[in-house]
Design a protein around this ligand. Structure first.
Ligand code: NDP
Length: 286
């Protein structure tokens, strides 16, 4: 049999790019599954984004991730959008389908996959802190998955209302905004609590949400988007209160699982990617 030296290509366009660990996680999965695929971490400036996408097309890449600052700007260079990416107006994963490059958003889908390991979100009631990109992605995806009600709690109420308006206009979920008062009390009928703010992200690992932790009740599922460190103060508090917890590392790993499935058609083992990230995020000396 002749050799095949032509690998399938995928990658990421972002700026900055140097600290993005996705390449290590995805390539660990490619190697584990014996896939002759590559993932190139590329630093691409905003003025070069169009040329980078044209280059990916010219080289017949199977797809690529887009991160800050390209998640919105990339849309004008694509041939179409998946349902949730269209509602969010943001793309973080581009997929070659036939000759077309289609924009998807795996932020919320990664979260949903983690959540489904514990519960079917259909008909559930959610309180979500935050109204930025991660919150928008999770809110839209959970609304499309049939969540009954989403209460957004955000420091900047204008931004919070913007997300509520988007959810009401584009999905069937009941959405409302709650003021983030000091020691916010989580309503008793809440099924799922999500931190989609950046509170708790390394290096500010002791930071905690201004909530009354006694209102976290056993039976609630408490999820955090923060991937590093995976065990945030919120999750520690929730664990002590008898809640089920979901960490942000799972969401990140599941985004990889979904992206690789889109590109290769293969279901990869999330444990391989989680181990790789844990190794990378381990405090120095461990
Ligand atoms: P954005 O900058 O778009 O939004 C940040 C959000 O955090 C806003 O709602 C902001 O509130 C809130 N916030 C920040 N600091 C504070 C504070 N001190 N007190 C109260 N609210 C605060 O960021 P993203 O949505 O893109 O990302 C948020 C987090 O999600 C990041 O930490 C990122 O690491 C994580 N993430 C994790 C992913 C994963 O796969 N695990 C995927 C994507 C993101 P305000 O509007 O008032 O400024």
């Amino acid at each position: 049999m002749p050799h095949n030296f032509l690998s399938e290509l995928t990658g990421s366009f972002a700026m900055p790019a140097a600290e993005n660990p996705t390449v290590a996680m995805v390539e660990a999965a490619y190697r584990h599954h014996g896939l002759d695929w590559r993932y190139l971490n590329c630093e691409v400036s905003p003025e070069n984004l169009g040329a980078a996408v044209a280059g990916a097309r010219a080289m017949n890449w199977a797809g690529f991730n887009c991160s800050i600052p390209h998640k919105v700007a990339v849309i004008q260079h694509l041939d179409g959008l998946g349902t949730s990416a269209e509602i969010m107006g943001a793309v973080n994963c581009v997929v070659r389908r036939g000759k077309a490059y289609i924009g998807e958003n795996t932020d919320g889908k990664g979260f949903l996959l983690s959540l489904r390991e514990r519960v079917d979100p259909a008909g559930k009631t959610l309180v979500m802190f935050g109204a930025g990109g991660a919150a928008r992605a999770i809110g839209v995806e959970l609304a499309l998955a049939g969540v009954k009600r989403i209460t957004i709690v955000n420091r900047d109420s204008g931004r919070g209302q913007g997300l509520v308006d988007l959810l009401r206009a584009k999905t069937a979920v009941q959405a409302d905004l709650a003021a983030w008062t000091s020691r916010y009390a989580v309503p008793e009928d809440t099924d799922i609590v999500v931190n989609a703010t950046s509170i708790g992200l390394y290096p500010d690992v002791e930071a905690r949400l201004d909530i009354d932790t006694s209102t976290l009740r056993p039976g609630m599922i408490v999820a955090d988007v923060i991937p590093n460190p995976p065990q945030t103060r919120l999750l520690a508090d929730a664990g002590e209160r008898g809640c089920q917890t979901l960490d942000g590392l799972g969401m990140l790993v599941n985004q990889g699982v979904i992206g690789i499935k889109y590109w290769t058609g293969i279901d990869v083992d999330p444990a391989v990617m989680r181990r790789k990230l844990q190794e990378l995020f381990a405090p120095p000396g461990n």
